[in-house]
Design a protein around this ligand. Structure first.
Ligand SMILES: *Cc1c(COP(=O)(O)O)cnc(C)c1O
Length: 452
């Protein structure tokens, strides 16, 4: 299968090249040339365990990797999950389920995609006899998940910039206590935006980028979206048959990456009733789905920090389908948005989406209510998903992080401090971090000295 850019000004690529490239050279995002129709395959998928289902799904797309190789890469990607179900679906009440996506090594849903991406990168290095130096900036979860996807792998080195003093202490430990010699966690002066800007500058230097085989880690990689489709399918297959066609997935979201994957699966013929886009107080997507207007606002730090995003980087893929798969119109929409900070949509898939917005005060209140009503401890991101529980509809709330990653917020809400063995273990380890100025020259010399 081939993959096209949403902006249509660059040649189609095979799976491995699209994954290695990340952002298309024309600035667009890669999507499958055609979406397969899975409606005839669902009976065959019934009963497959997570790695087997993931393999069956991905082989439709990754046609340039020999099937037995792909099966091995997929199997290796889910060995470090602590729950045997990988993505357990737990009933909380009549018509209400929670889909736990936090049993991977960094206790957040990003492990589903980044464990796989790590294996795909390592495979590629081996086949092409190349090295890859991965570079990215993080506000916390993505960097930790990317590091744990590449930890200790031959021919790969990973450099992650984060704003010093502005990620949670546990997130920092996940990045700095790895003990691996191919991992460099770099604490820079300034904010996440400063770190991000420096990374962009370093990538902007084409010569440097090519010389050092730099590759980006960010939320728009094709492999991330496809890997995330699988847990929706796995959950759908575990619902009672009578509930499946009626299910609404409720997705705490910031970059529109998670919910996009579910929606694409629906477009592949899996009968899902709809999706609720659950934002925190950074509500650009809530405003979009309630008014049709996509307008950038100021980022307000919240209790659900991994959703503190105003420009949803994966949204361009949704735009592509919403404008009739016309790359020229995608370019117009993106240009208007860049020029004016806003775009008014005429029509998009309104029947499928609803939206909710949750303030910080409500997050605390919801954590308390969910604990009282269902005996369940939800992390602050997941709490946004419990905002509008509708008992008349089958709802599956995606739980994107372990509550143990946010002990202070949970303690304040319910008077209990959640813990997790993997986080406790980190507290005994040595922090290894590199403090650098947020300048392109400082980062470049650091990379030159340590690149693979
Ligand atoms: C990254 C993240 C999100 C948001 O995911 P998107 O793909 O950006 O929508 C939500 N919750 C947690 C815990 C995260 O780490």
């Amino acid at each position: 299968m081939k993959f096209l850019s949403t902006r249509g000004q660059t040649p189609a690529l095979g799976f491995s090249d699209a994954v290695a490239t990340g952002l298309a050279p024309d600035g667009g995002l890669y999507l499958p040339e055609t979406l397969p129709d899975l409606s005839g395959e669902l009976a065959r998928f019934e009963g497959l365990d997570y790695p087997a289902l993931c393999f069956e799904f991905l082989r439709i797309f990754a046609t340039d990797i020999p099937p037995e190789t792909l099966r091995g890469l997929v199997a290796a990607s889910y060995t470090r999950f602590s729950d045997p179900a990988i993505a357990p679906l737990k009933p909380l009440a009549k018509n209400l389920y929670v889909l736990e996506l936090f049993h991977g090594p960094t206790l957040a849903f990003k492990d589903f995609a980044l464990q796989l991406l790590g294996n795909l990168y390592a495979h590629q290095c081996q086949v092409r006899k190349e090295v890859i130096n991965v570079l990215g900036a993080t506000s916390g979860d993505t960097g930790a998940a990317a590091i744990h996807g590449l930890i200790g792998r031959p021919r790969t080195v990973i450099f992650i910039l984060y704003p010093d003093g502005r990620v949670s202490p546990l997130q920092e430990r996940q990045m700095t206590c790895t003990g691996a010699d191919n991992v460099f966690a770099i604490a820079v002066d300034g904010t996440f935006d400063d770190a991000q800007a420096v990374v962009k500058q370093v990538f902007g230097d084409q010569g440097f980028r090519t010389r050092h085989h730099l590759s980006a880690v960010n939320s728009i990689n094709l492999a991330r979206v496809l890997a995330q489709c699988v847990y929706y399918l796995h959950a759908w297959l575990r619902l009672p048959a009578a509930e499946r066609g009626n299910v609404e997935f409720v997705v705490p979201t910031g970059n529109f990456g998670n919910v996009l994957a579910g929606w694409m699966l629906q477009k592949m013929g899996v009968p899902i009733r709809g999706f609720r886009v659950a934002t925190n107080q950074n509500d650009i997507l809530y405003r979009l789905f309630t008014t049709g207007e996509y307008r950038v606002g100021q980022v307000q730090p919240s209790l659900a920090p991994s959703m503190d995003i105003q420009v949803a980087s994966n949204f361009e893929r949704f735009i592509y389908y919403s404008v009739g798969r016309d790359p020229e119109r995608v370019r117009q929409v993106m240009q208007t948005f860049r020029d004016t900070g806003a775009y008014q949509f005429e029509n998009f898939d309104r029947d499928t989406f609803s939206a909710s917005r949750t303030s910080d005060a409500e997050i605390a209140e919801i954590i308390g209510r969910v604990h009282r009503d269902y005996g369940y401890v939800a992390d602050p991101h997941t709490a946004c998903g419990f905002k509008d529980v509708n008992p008349d509809r089958v709802q599956v709330v995606l739980s994107t992080a372990s509550p143990a990653k946010f002990p202070e917020t949970i303690q304040a809400a319910i008077g209990v401090t959640p813990t997790h063995p993997s986080l406790e273990e980190l507290k005994a380890r040595t922090v290894v971090k590199y403090r650098l100025k947020a300048t392109a020259s400082a980062i470049r010399s650091f990379i030159v000295a340590r690149a693979g």
